[in-house]
Design a protein around this ligand. Sequence first.
Ligand SMILES: Cc1cc2nc3c(=O)[nH]c(=O)nc-3n(C[C@H](O)[C@H](O)[C@H](O)COP(=O)(O)O)c2cc1C
Length: 169
Amino acid sequence: MDLRPRFLEAMSRAATFVAVATTDGEGGRFGVTISSLTSVSADGEQPSLLACIHHLSPAASAILKNRAFAANLLAEDQEAIANRFAGRGGEDHPARFAASDWVTGPLGQPLLLGATAVLECRLATAMLWETHHILVGRVMGVRLSENPAALLYGQRAYRKAVGLEGDGK
Ligand SMILES: Cc1cc2nc3c(=O)[nH]c(=O)nc-3n(C[C@H](O)[C@H](O)[C@H](O)COP(=O)(O)O)c2cc1C
């Protein structure tokens, strides 16, 4: 039994929200589309979250150097941004940024306008696990937009959430 394809198929059934992790500083300005973003704790010194980013992604090296990043949670109309930051358009990182509107957060990180929520983090700790860096961020600030409708990814396609009948939503 080949475990890898079964693992990939299993994880494709875990629908997730989609985020772009961005960073800026002396390590440069980079961004990458991720679905590995997870809340760790709301009750530590600051809230914390983690993200897993491939060790060959320039965004991972830049986050490790800049010691900060922003988790930009994409809205359901931001599929093109997800594709761009997944490298699907073949654009370099400056071109990926140029196609959207950003503001700079208090930690100097690029915050995406129109994202449902943006969490600006200081890098607290990082661990290289085989192919991926597991990055834990302390959340120093949260921006919330008017639009909470998230872009989702599951079964190898972008999706949006619809309420179950009878939920009234
Ligand atoms: C929906 C979606 C989720 C992704 N999640 C992750 C992730 O959690 N971690 C990761 O390293 N790559 C993830 N990727 C792949 C990276 O976005 C992609 O390999 C990377 O951006 C390639 O661009 P680069 O030229 O910056 O390396 C995901 C891609 C998509 C489309």
